[in-house]
Design a protein around this ligand. Structure first.
Ligand SMILES: *Cc1c(COP(=O)(O)O)cnc(C)c1O
Length: 407
């Protein structure tokens, strides 16, 4: 039967040959997925990745990225979500109910706290902040209603490194699930599911790892995405069902962008690490700064914890993300520090990190913490996110911008 043009353009006989192999996997985009017949539609399930039912629940493209992220972080199951923050929200929603309590480190990624103070509170889920540098404080705060403890290493902005192993062991002993915001470590600085590097069988690790793929996995400063990774199938299923019910889908062009960046991720991470250490050492010699925060510095808060987790026979000098924070001497005014930030030419003023361009952002620590941490010097804190520029040029940029300040 001859069909009309509008039909013939949709239902066409031509099928390209199926064998096609190239460095990048194809991009499979769909809301609708076809079933050959009703029986197949009834039978098919996306829960174990054995089939495709609807674009929201995955396509070959998203399954591929999920599996590669599992390999990166040492997990077994992953789901993708539209942002790093959505990954945090997804874990909270899957694992917490009204009447439960969640513990969050006081140096956590800010919007994670805001989420707890907003939606979680509205839904009857309580939260408390604990001192990330005091395992006893964490143990003391775990109560009968505590169901989940968030962990972060290193802490957002202040970059102090906790005793992650002791934190995980404490939570295990007290029967509470742990979720790590692994954006900083990114699967490259340490293995979140095997903190002892003992291999699968005797592994001691977190229950859940979330990753803002927006940072190093994307690497371009142009994609927002997050992942939630687990080893435990039962835990994964809770997260996956919750993810499905909330409709947290991702766009396959964005997934493609992350897949394209993943092969260079380790190179970029270690390059940013080298740049950040160069900048950190240089900053430590400048009289303008009361403190330089980078876990590789011997006097940085939690340096020994960083060393024991991130320095391995494989990487004896350890690995760290490209973040450095500096605390200005307290006599500098906010206006002076703003002028310093404005004077930078290579460092751009902007949120996020993990892309090619170095970034700078001043923070008001007194508004971010319950108490000013003892281990952080008094003064205004500025965070530098090191990109992929030559570190010598970044140093020169910082030097020229410091000249706007009175000594
Ligand atoms: C950026 C970031 C997030 C959130 O990622 P988005 O994709 O921007 O929502 C979460 N945690 C940490 C530590 C981050 O740096």
């Amino acid at each position: 039967m001859k069909r009309h043009a509008s039909t013939a353009l949709i239902h066409h006989d031509y099928q390209p040959p199926s064998e096609f192999e190239a460095p990048q996997p194809p991009v499979c985009k769909a809301s609708t997925v076809f079933f050959p017949n009703v029986a197949a539609m009834r039978e098919r399930t996306w829960l174990d990745k054995s089939g495709y039912t609807y674009g929201l629940h995955g396509t070959p493209t998203s399954y591929t990225l999920e599996e590669r992220l599992c390999a990166l972080e040492g997990g077994r199951h992953a789901v993708l979500v539209p942002s790093g923050l959505a990954a945090i929200a997804c874990v909270n929603m899957a694992l917490l109910h009204a009447g439960d309590e969640v513990l969050i480190p006081d140096n956590a990624y800010g919007p994670s706290k805001t989420l707890a103070e907003g939606e979680l509170d509205h839904w009857g889920i309580a939260h408390r902040y604990y001192d990330p540098m005091d395992v006893n404080d964490l143990a003391d705060k775990i109560g009968p209603n505590t169901r989940l403890v968030w962990l972060e290493a290193a802490g957002s902005v202040t970059l102090e490194f906790p005793d992650l192993l002791a934190q995980v062991r404490t939570c295990r002993e007290l029967g509470v699930l742990t979720a790590l915001d692994n954006t900083w470590g990114a699967g490259l600085a340490f293995q979140p599911f095997d903190l002892l590097r003992s291999g699968d069988e005797n592994a001691v690790g977190v229950d859940v790892s979330i990753h803002a793929l927006t940072k190093y996995p994307s690497g371009g400063g142009d994609v927002l995405m997050g992942s939630v990774i687990t080893r435990d199938p039962a835990l994964h299923k809770r997260i996956l069902l919750s993810h499905m019910r909330m409709g947290f889908g991702v766009g396959m062009n964005d997934v493609e962008a992350v897949l394209r960046s993943l092969p260079s991720m380790a190179l970029r991470y270690h390059a940013a690490d080298r740049g950040a250490r160069h900048v950190a050492h240089w900053c430590a010699q400048q009289p303008h700064f009361a403190q330089v925060l980078h876990p590789s510095l011997a006097d940085a808060p939690g340096h020994a914890h960083w060393q024991s987790l991130c320095c391995t026979p494989d990487q004896p000098h350890g690995a760290a993300a490209g973040l450095v924070s500096v605390v200005f001497e307290p006599h500098y005014t906010q206006d002076e520090i703003d002028a310093f930030c404005d004077s930078l030419q290579l460092f751009r003023i902007g949120y996020s990190w993990g892309g090619p361009v170095s970034l700078v952002m001043p923070y008001q620590l007194e508004e971010m913490r319950e108490v000013w941490p003892e281990h952080i010097a008094q003064g205004t804190l500025v965070r530098l996110c090191i990109g992929l520029e030559d570190p010598r040029d970044l140093e020169a940029d910082l030097a020229q911008a410091l000249q706007v300040l009175p000594v």
